[in-house]
Design a protein around this ligand. Structure first.
Ligand SMILES: *Cc1c(COP(=O)(O)O)cnc(C)c1O
Length: 430
């Protein structure tokens, strides 16, 4: 694709974009009456226009049916979560029964560790990437301490090479090899939240398992953003939040993948609750747990239906469009953003450095050498919503569902004006 930094080109790309109409399916915050340029779909996806209707439906069923809604609602609540699973299976590349929706991400990772972190004798270490998302670090450290290990010894963090901004697959595989005898679990972020890198999940999964460890993935930045084939890659488990690329709403329910090979086991180590026991006998209130034959066996409580309703609205859109079409647009759109950044860089000599490697989803993380927080504030004041990470990295994630090529063009114009206006002038390069 030969890109051009012109309004006419951006308009033409939008006119030819088969997903352009989906912008209308989402609600945009406004800045001086105009839709903002939203780069933070990797943090909180926009609200699907149909979300409110889905919530209204549940409220109406509650109003009109009360407790009877569990079985008689339009979408009966007792199996509401089961409707979300098939959509998610297609998004993450799972077989029927391998996905469930429950709780929130960090909670689920803890629950999954109960089942899949099985330290024994010499085999007790966990391997992850250095500077993993803080919640994951706290989760891993506290799990290790809970089992009586010292994280300083038991947590293996794969580092980037000095001066490099991304992990090399070879280095990750070498670390797995090095600790092969003592490794119990590999648990990494499939797409790194900071630099936007997509790890080679298949190669790492196979290497971890060949070393005798179980392998799980935190897919917070991957689900709904990149191609996933969890079943075929053979991952033991995975979990993701739904409020980032999946547009389900703030703090909403997490998704969980558990590979078929771990399903249908009565004696697996697991924390259990009544929603994981077989549907057919659940309401007989028997004392013995009889697990669902699917990932639903990990369910504890009856799920929050009002929360799942907007998630359903978003998943219906995903199913209409499909990951393939989203990814095709993602690559064009992110490529255009990369091009625009390069053009602005040439015009103002601002020395942006994109630290996101070629293996990426829709996020570009950009080092602003010589520019600082004032430039970020300028963008915010001009209807652009990016994300700021210390020391001076902005993360730009043009979600293909609702961002347009015109957004990228307009962003370039605002960015250039911001630098020329000297927003960064005189500010220390923090
Ligand atoms: C966003 C994110 C989380 C958030 O966890 P919650 O439990 O949903 O608050 C965790 N891990 C990673 C890698 C993330 O990107």
């Amino acid at each position: 694709m030969t890109y051009e930094n012109t309004e006419a080109f951006a308009r033409r790309m939008d006119a030819e974009d088969p997903l352009a109409s989906y912008r209308e399916a989402f609600l945009f915050p406004k800045h001086h009456g105009e839709e903002i340029i939203y780069f933070t779909g990797n943090s909180l996806g926009l609200q699907p226009r149909k979300a409110a209707g889905k919530v209204r439906e549940v409220l109406t069923d509650w109003e009109e049916l009360a407790v009877e809604g569990h079985f008689n609602a339009k979408n009966p609540w007792w199996e509401y979560h089961e409707q979300l699973a098939p959509y998610l299976e297609r998004i993450v590349g799972a077989k029927p029964g391998e996905v469930t929706v429950m709780n929130t991400l960090t909670v689920n990772l803890h629950l999954l560790m109960v089942s899949f972190y099985r330290p024994e004798g010499k085999r007790f270490k966990i391997l992850c990437e250095e500077k993993a998302f803080p919640s994951d670090q706290y989760m891993l450290q506290s799990q290790l301490r809970f089992h009586g290990y010292d994280p300083a010894e038991a947590l293996v963090e794969v580092r980037k090479r000095p001066g490099e901004h991304h992990w090399r697959t070879a280095d990750i595989l070498a670390a797995i090899e090095e600790h092969a005898d003592s490794l119990a679990l590999v648990l990494m972020g499939g797409v790194n939240y900071y630099n936007g890198q997509v790890l080679d999940m298949e190669a790492i999964t196979r290497a971890g398992q060949a070393a005798g460890a179980l392998v799980g993935w935190d897919l917070a930045h991957a689900a709904g953003n990149v191609r996933l084939d969890l079943h075929d890659w053979g991952a033991d488990f995975a979990a993701w939040c739904s409020y980032k690329y999946m547009n389900s709403g703030p703090g909403n329910a997490s998704g969980v993948f558990i590979h078929q090979r771990h399903l249908g086991q009565k004696d697996i180590r697991r924390f259990e609750g009544w929603w994981g026991t077989r549907k057919e006998t659940r309401f007989l209130m028997q004392p013995e747990f009889d697990p669902m034959p699917t990932a639903d066996a990990w369910q504890l409580s009856n799920p929050p239906i009002l929360a799942l309703a907007p998630y359903m609205a978003s998943l219906e859109l995903f199913d209409e469009v499909g990951m393939e079409a989203l990814i095709a647009k993602r690559d064009l759109l992110t490529g255009y953003l990369e091009f625009i950044l390069g053009e602005v860089d040439k015009e103002v000599d601002s020395r942006f450095e994109i630290i996101t490697p070629a293996d990426r989803g829709c996020q570009l993380s950009v080092f602003l050498h010589g520019e600082g927080r004032p430039l970020f504030d300028y963008l915010m004041d001009h209807g652009v919503l990016p994300d700021w990470r210390e020391p001076n990295v902005i993360r730009l994630a043009p979600a293909p569902f609702y961002c347009s090529f015109m957004d990228m063009y307009r962003f370039g114009q605002i960015l250039k004006a911001g630098i020329q206006a000297g927003s960064g002038a005189g500010s220390p390069a923090t």
